[in-house]
Ligand binder design. Structure first.
Ligand code: G3P
Ligand code: MG
Length: 240
């Protein structure tokens, strides 16, 4: 079983920032990180969760309407506290270079596919190739069309389908989307379906168990990867 730090070690530092990501990659006992990507107005891949900067920075507006120069000026402290006021919105380049250095893995969540950000799948895959991180990467999205397109661009790249709710006939659904993993909310996870999916040769990953109870539940279900804000807590529970 693997542990990925969700939006970096986001229980301890502002989500998707260099500090949260570096802590997960170099300090916490985990196998990798999960991050979210969007495309700026000038087509830079940026690491941030929401489609606007409103919640996690001191700015306002849609990422697709702001240039990277404008985005970079914002403080990405995510209301975490003054101590983090120098944090900013990183580029995917910066994050991949840290991942490469750490030797750990990355789950890149494409927040929206080509319908919103034309060419985003191709751009992300190009970056993964540039950093030679194909074998260490899992691409995922709630936009399942984007995952199918990604698989068509690079059939060797692993893809995961994010779902908030349980899917009927999950293996058929995975096969149809040429995906490798079901990335379920822990609320959708059951021991029997996890077994069914894994027996068919697919992975089951889960987000975002953060408490002793939910982490324990996901382990009991047999999840392959726990995507959590508290990688150290997950490590302790998993290794009990
Ligand atoms: O990839 C797992 C998880 O990050 C999906 O939900 O909203 O936290 O990006 P969200
Ligand atoms: Mg995410």
């Amino acid at each position: 079983m693997k542990i990925y730090a969700h939006r970096g070690a986001s229980g301890y530092a502002p989500e998707n920032t260099i500090t949260a990501i570096s802590q997960a990659l170099f300090e916490y006992p985990c196998d990798g990180i999960e991050i979210d990507v969007h495309l700026s107005k000038d087509k830079k891949l940026v690491v941030i969760h929401d489609e606007t900067v409103d919640r996690t920075t001191n700015g306002q507006g849609q990422i697709k309407d702001l240039t990277y120069e404008e985005l970079r000026k914002l403080s990405a402290w995510a209301k975490f506290g003054e101590k983090f006021k120098d944090e900013y919105i990183p580029t995917l380049d910066e994050v991949l270079s840290l991942v490469k250095k750490s030797g750990k893995e990355i789950n890149i969540e494409i927040k929206a596919g080509s319908d919103k950000y034309p060419g985003i799948e191709e751009a992300v895959i190009e970056k993964i190739h540039e950093y030679r991180l194909s074998s260490k990467t899992l691409l995922s999205s709630f936009d399942h069309k984007a995952m199918l397109l990604s698989k068509e661009i690079d059939p060797k790249l692993r893809t995961g389908l994010l779902n908030r709710k349980k899917i009927e006939n999950p293996t058929e659904y995975l096969r149809k989307h040429k995906a490798d993993a079901m990335n379920y909310s822990y609320l959708a996870l059951t021991p029997s379906q996890t077994k069914e999916i894994k027996n068919a040769g697919y992975e089951v990953n889960t987000y975002t168990p953060n408490t002793v109870f939910t982490l324990g539940y996901c382990i009991m279900c047999g999840a392959d990867t726990l995507i959590t804000n508290y990688p150290d807590k997950a490590y302790k529970i998993a290794n009990k």
